[in-house]
Design a protein around this ligand. Structure first.
Ligand code: CA
Length: 432
């Protein structure tokens, strides 16, 4: 177990939990991410991850442990949407109460059977944590946008003229956003390789991932009035890992002039635990310098980047047969983002668009400066020109059926608690 100062208590308080938490756990008492779990096929219940366990929020609510903090109906819901809509004051009060309940010296649980408040993560199945209303995917990593520009438009400037002025994005498909563990069916569609004159129809031959982090919105705004950068913190609840599965051959053929469509909409996977902005606060950092200076409505005085280490793991069917572990094929960081979440939200609403609790805004693929930090296979292999050579001798340009990809994210630094996301996994199954 590790013991840390928790900013939510006081500057001097140090706490550990009565729930055992391994030193390398993503879920110490300082994290407390929210998710929805089910056991034995029962309806989903809101839970909070702590170590290898889940703190059963409705069970605790039934025992009166959140009375005066948040209404029972919010925690007895089968998704986080009511909590998302409750707003920052409630989020903050709930977090404070959860820490009080889970710290080792709590007196709030006197006379209560603590075992009834915990479920083992290994015995639970995670569900979608919230109902996703609208889904937007940005394109906010300069390194990724530059790489894709070079690959898709080799004869022109890799960054289009608007890129440094606008957090570029598109509206995606919310109905096919799925929780980690859901299989991903290889999409069919019109494919065209650069050397071919005409498209053909069939299963994508260049199925790819995109390593992303998404934010989940809280209370919405009034239609017609935007959310300025300075108000973003009241409208952003927390973050999840996002894998924006992408069929590059379908995408390359369809994306001009209106942007991504069927090359993206067949599946998007998210991690089951929503990590709150409060938990991530120790890892908030300044972003890269922005040149030219953004227009005034996008200027942001506060630090809005987060130092989240990100990894891409690949396990092929053969690795599973051989009993070998997944192989890390890329290490990136959320710190590289050029446009930050406050700017993305301000831009997405500056025209008066109304957002709602449970909208998902993904960052866009997060690539770092060197090839070991690229967030997609099309970049890692330069559209297949430089296939990855795996330790067991297999090679990959894009994903094959049976491949399982897991994205992981965590914050870790000396003297600070490890704040992790767990992972988001998807396994490719053959086209229908
Ligand atoms: Ca994307």
């Amino acid at each position: 177990m590790r013991i840390y100062a928790i900013s939510n208590f006081s500057n001097t308080a140090r706490a550990e939990s009565w729930v055992a938490v391994a030193a390398d756990s993503d879920f110490p008492i300082e994290n407390l991410p929210y998710g929805v779990f089910s056991k034995n096929g029962a309806p989903g219940r809101i839970g909070v991850a702590i170590g290898d366990a889940i703190f059963d929020a409705p069970a605790a609510a039934e025992a009166g442990l959140f009375d005066g903090v948040v209404s029972r109906a919010v925690l007895e819901s089968h998704s986080l949407n009511l909590l998302l809509g409750a707003g920052r004051e409630v989020w903050s009060a709930l977090r404070t109460r959860l820490i009080e309940l889970l710290r080792a010296d709590t007196q709030r649980l006197d006379g209560i059977d603590r075992d009834r408040l915990l479920v083992r993560q290994s015995e639970a199945r995670m569900a979608m944590p919230f109902h996703v209303g609208d889904y937007v995917d940005f394109y906010s990593s300069m390194e990724h946008a530059t790489n894709l520009g070079k690959i898709f438009r080799p004869d022109s400037d890799p960054l289009l003229p608007n890129w440094r002025w606008i957090p570029i994005g598109y509206h995606g498909r919310s109905s096919t956003i799925v929780v980690s563990g859901t299989p991903v069916t290889r999409p069919n569609g019109q494919r065209k390789a650069p050397a071919e004159n005409a498209p053909s129809f069939g299963p994508s031959k260049s199925l790819d991932i995109e390593l992303e982090v998404g934010f989940v919105t809280g209370p919405g705004n009034r239609m017609g009035a935007g959310i300025p950068v300075g108000a973003a913190r009241d409208h952003i609840f927390g973050l999840v890992l996002v894998n924006d599965w992408s069929a590059r051959d379908i995408q390359a053929w369809e994306y001009q002039p209106l942007g991504p469509f069927l090359g993206k909409s067949f599946a998007t996977s998210i991690s089951p635990w929503v990590v709150t902005l409060d938990a991530l606060e120790p890892y908030r950092i300044a972003g890269p310098a922005q040149d030219p200076p953004p227009l005034p409505y996008l200027q942001c005085g506060e630090a809005w980047n987060y130092d989240i280490a990100l990894e891409v793991e690949l396990q092929t069917a053969r690795m599973r047969e051989e009993g070998s572990p997944a192989e890390i094929v890329s290490r990136s960081s959320f710190r590289y983002m050029y446009w930050n979440m406050a700017q993305q939200l301000a831009h997405a609403t500056v025209n008066g668009t109304a957002i709602r609790p449970g909208d998902l805004y993904a960052s866009g693929t997060i690539s770092g400066p060197d090839p070991g930090s690229y967030g997609s296979f099309i970049e890692m292999t330069w559209r297949g020109a430089r296939p990855l050579r795996l330790k067991n001798g297999e090679t990959r340009s894009f994903l094959e059926d049976g491949d399982a990809v897991t994205l992981r994210g965590y914050c870790d630094a000396a003297g600070k608690p490890r704040i992790g996301f767990g992972g988001v996994t998807g396994t490719i199954v053959p086209a229908q």
